[in-house]
Design a protein around this ligand. Structure first.
Ligand code: SF4
Length: 313
């Protein structure tokens, strides 16, 4: 008969064996270690302050749903104010479902929920933008390149309009390790400085983005949702297959079989790069776009560049 292992910290049955150090955890100890790790990450990078007004980017996927729940749990100690913001990109067969989970999560956490859409703010849904490019002679980038630019813009603008001190996103340790590896593989390792847990670039128009899950793996987030009965959107975005990130994700998933802690080793390398104390210049000086006056590292921001292209086709 299969013997269920005992929790390393108590006599209860373990629900999970942590792959990178073989520590066995029951549900209760998993939950407390999960929250402690997030708190340690917040402390390590000084991500949040007492009384901060925090916008949580809430897509309805596992990362953002668990992030909202965790920040809500930690809220009592921090006395922070939370507001959830969801961006509706206009992706048929995907976003509507995500909105449903986002609304439920915000309701459960008892926080204000603001929804902003590409259609309303940019004048075009992501689906229509892609169709326009596909029907023109203009070569288009992957869907995520456009989506990411406009989503970041809307999240920043909305957070600023709401008077937020921080914008918290659900990027997890796997996402962050993939980003660092992608930067290395493309010969742009210094781009790592643009995906800090809290970016160093300062501008009043730019609400600092913080990543409390930087050291929390995707597996831990899925388990947390499972142990705590949190519902989230599981359907993948139809455009996700276009993403180059998927190739890197597969490489790391294979590598984790041999070396389960590899994502943390990559993150440590990322932190070591940051700790070399590079100048702000290496991470891009923040100016204002001459067109829309939003923060940008270039003369014209990427969002205006895409909108200009759209007008020409
Ligand atoms: Fe946007 Fe790409 Fe994510 Fe889909 S997979 S929501 S297109 S960034």
């Amino acid at each position: 008969m299969l013997k269920i292992p005992q929790c390393t910290f108590c006599t209860r049955e373990a629900g999970w064996v942590r792959p990178w150090d073989k520590v066995k955890l029951c549900k209760q100890h998993f939950n407390s270690q999960f929250t402690k790790k997030v708190q340690r990450t917040i402390n390590k990078y000084k991500l949040l302050k007492r009384n901060d007004k925090i916008v949580v980017g809430l897509s309805g996927g596992k990362d953002s749903v668990v992030l909202l729940e965790t920040l809500k749990k930690l809220q009592r100690g921090h006395q922070t104010e939370l507001i959830a913001v969801t961006v509706d990109e206009g992706i048929t067969g995907y976003r509507k479902d995500g909105l449903k989970f986002a609304k439920n999560a915000a309701k459960k956490a008892e926080v204000e929920h603001v929804i902003v859409s590409f259609e309303e703010k940019i004048g075009v849904t992501l689906d229509n933008l892609l169709t326009k490019f596909d029907m023109s002679n203009t070569k288009r980038l992957g869907a995520c390149s456009y989506c990411g630019v406009f989503r970041r813009k809307l999240l920043n603008e909305t957070s600023r309009d709401l008077g937020a001190d921080k914008l918290a996103t659900g990027h997890n340790a796997d996402d962050e390790a993939q980003t660092i590896l992608m930067n290395v593989l493309s010969g742009n390792v210094l781009k790592t400085l643009r995906s800090l847990p809290e970016p160093q670039l300062k501008d009043n128009a730019f609400v600092p983005r913080v990543k409390p899950f930087r050291w929390t793996s995707e597996e831990e987030i899925v388990l947390y949702a499972h142990f705590n009965n949190l519902k989230y959107q599981e359907t993948p975005c139809p455009n996700s297959l276009e993403a180059h990130r998927g190739v890197i994700r597969d490489i790391l998933t294979n590598y984790k079989e041999k070396s389960p802690g590899v994502i943390f080793s990559i993150l440590k390398s990322g932190d070591d790069i940051i700790n070399l104390n590079p100048t702000q210049e290496s991470s891009g000086i923040l100016n204002r776009c001459i067109n829309c006056n939003e923060p940008s590292t270039k003369l014209i921001c990427k969002a205006c560049e895409i909108q200009n292209q759209l007008q020409e086709i």
